[in-house]
Ligand binder design. Structure first.
Ligand code: SF4
Length: 376
């Protein structure tokens, strides 16, 4: 049986209305401007709010700005994005990382066009039906685009609330309590501005290592400040170390210099993106003999198979990848392969290649140029 959940901590001796009005007054005195943010009183465009929220997931605002500018210039309305080719969207997304967000963006645009008559759902439950929209993004879009009193909780908000109420239980266990406390403050009036304001407070004032408490509109009520424990909050449970997965990639070249690229399955990690084909990525290292049974072309169609020197390492959010590379040339005519293309490395930019694959390509080209230099 699940343990009894602790009741939320006592709030500071200030009422939510006072905290909200102090925060909004601070926000109104001056706040950061972003391309995607409508000023108070201006009409908001749900498409722009949604696009920005998806781009900002795990990504800094400064990194997002040029991408947001390009996307909105190229696909100014939801219908434009829905009509775009997935490859074009993935390509424009290159460098923003977490490519599943781009695929979900595209799927969601089509879903809104086809199933919701081109109008975004306005509440959190409706928004969560869209691919790529989790609880945080649904609340942010509901509050900012539609003025719904939704409680927005991202990492910045978690920090502010943990400090304001001196929540000393570690994350992630404390998430539920923090959310409940955050919900006690969410106002019915100006919920979009309030969402911006509390996130900005966390980003600009209540910073992780050195909170600027003297400039904080909630300093008068902050329990962590009173107790001198602000920089220790929120506490976090120690993370387990990231596991390593191993794979062998196949750099297969045709006589005309083209290299085999393959599209990954739509679902799963780096879904729908092009890759240098490889074995599975598994916990145990591969032997060369094992890997050669997995080549995308039959062994009879390959010659000069060789293991290239070096290992390509890449960090994903939940594991480390170590790839070795087998290079080979093709023999005779090659039949078209399903979900694959032959492409010269100088044209790889035409495809959405994830960073791990771009790293791998650079490595192979470097190894090849060193080998050519030796031969010269
Ligand atoms: Fe954060 Fe300091 Fe403000 Fe408390 S007083 S919310 S610790 S910036």
């Amino acid at each position: 049986m699940a343990g009894k959940r602790k009741a939320p901590r006592k709030r500071p001796e200030t009422d939510p209305a006072r905290l909200v009005s102090a925060l909004l007054a601070w926000y109104d005195r001056g706040h950061r401007s972003f391309l995607w943010r409508a000023e108070t009183g201006e009409p908001t465009d749900p498409y722009r709010v949604w696009l920005a929220e998806v781009m900002l997931q795990q990504t800094q605002a400064a990194t997002v700005e040029p991408y947001f500018r390009e996307f909105t210039a190229r696909w100014p309305r939801l219908e434009d994005l829905a009509a775009a080719e997935l490859d074009a969207v993935l390509h424009a997304w290159q460098g923003l990382g977490y490519y599943s967000r781009a695929r979900n963006l595209h799927r969601a645009a089509r879903l809104v066009r086809d199933e919701f008559a081109g109008r975004f759902p306005e509440d959190e439950a409706g928004l969560r039906q869209l691919p790529g929209i989790g609880p945080y993004s649904a609340a942010a879009i509901a509050a900012i685009a539609f003025g719904k009193p939704a409680t927005v909780v991202d990492g910045n908000v978690e920090r502010v609330i943990a400090r304001l109420f001196a929540v000393t239980d570690p994350l992630p266990k404390a998430k539920v309590a923090i959310r409940e406390l955050a919900a006690t403050l969410t106002p019915a009036h100006r919920p979009g501005d309030y969402a911006h304001a509390i996130m900005e407070l966390g980003g600009a004032v209540c910073r992780p290592a050195n909170p600027a408490c003297d400039a904080c509109p909630w300093a008068f009520a902050c329990e962590a400040r009173k107790q001198g424990i602000a920089t220790t909050l929120p506490k976090r449970q120690r993370k387990a170390t990231r596991p390593t997965r191993h794979g062998i990639a196949f750099w297969l070249r045709r006589g005309d210099g083209a290299v085999l690229l393959r599209r990954r399955p739509e679902r799963g990690l780096l879904g729908g993106m092009m890759e240098i084909p490889s074995t599975d990525w598994r916990p145990g290292a591969w032997t060369l003999a094992e890997a050669l049974k997995e080549t995308p072309l039959p062994p009879a169609k390959l010659c000069r198979q060789r293991l290239l020197p070096g290992t390509v390492r890449h960090e994903f959010s939940h594991f480390r990848l170590e790839l070795q590379i087998v290079a080979a040339e093709t023999r005779g005519r090659t039949r078209p392969l399903e979900n694959a293309v032959w492409c010269r490395p100088e044209r790889f930019g035409d495809y959405a290649l994830p960073s791990a694959m771009r790293k791998l390509t650079r490595h192979v080209l470097e190894v090849e140029s060193v080998a050519l230099g030796r031969r010269a």
